[in-house]
Design a protein around this ligand. Structure first.
Ligand code: SF4
Length: 203
């Protein structure tokens, strides 16, 4: 068992989350597909991890309606994001998780952090081992600015300063990090399931 994942899982459980650890993405994908009650809709946030896992196809094959704006024309994406927010289940990744159990997220639009905090009654946060940092909140922010944002900017073709160099907030025309949200503890009145995976996934 990966000691870092086990330590992080224990810290997250102490903060009110349901946590599972999986050896690989395929096992985690099967767990999620079987865990969501039959026939229930699933919303997915902007999430490279979900794409790499093939989770949307697995859920559709299991009979779930999936609301995911990835690949949807811009004119329709807003409606899809709202449908995702109104689904009983939501799936996204984390930008960084600290070994002591903080989940640190950035968001440009706010749909993902909104759904994590409120809305869907069950939220799955899927976390590859590469998202875990040992240096606390500041290390999480460093990871986001140095690793997550630049790779996402290049994937999306955004001309942000971080795409080719360092973060420069004042010169950033298309920021992905408009919103920073840190979950200190599992939100009330909903179930948040953290799915830790012993593979590198997403950014
Ligand atoms: S503010 Fe802009 S340049 Fe800085 S990390 Fe976010 S997207 Fe990149």
């Amino acid at each position: 068992m990966n000691d870092m994942l086990q330590k992080t899982a224990n810290a997250l459980r102490a903060r009110g989350y349901e946590v599972t650890i999986w050896d690989n993405a395929a096992a985690a994908r099967d767990f999620i597909a079987n865990d969501i009650p039959a026939g229930q809709d699933v919303g997915i946030g902007g999430c490279e991890t979900a794409y790499q896992m093939g989770i949307a196809d697995a859920l559709r094959q299991s009979g779930h309606a999936v609301h995911w704006h990835r690949g949807v024309p811009a004119s329709e994406a807003g409606a899809v994001r709202r449908a995702a927010m109104l689904s009983p289940n939501y799936l996204c990744s984390a930008n960084a998780v600290t070994e002591d159990g903080l989940i640190v997220q950035i968001d440009g639009t706010g749909n993902r952090v909104g759904a994590m905090c409120y809305g869907p009654s069950t939220v799955y946060i899927v976390v590859g081992r590469n998202k875990i940092v040992s240096g606390g909140y500041q290390d999480a922010v460093r990871r986001i600015k140095k690793i997550a944002c630049p790779q996402n900017a290049r994937r999306l073709g955004l001309q942000t300063p971080c795409a080719t160099g360092e973060c420069q907030v004042s010169a950033c025309q298309h920021p992905m990090c408009n919103i920073f949200v840190t979950l200190e503890h599992a939100p009330n009145a909903k179930t948040t399931k953290i799915v830790l995976i012993d593979e590198d996934l997403g950014y």
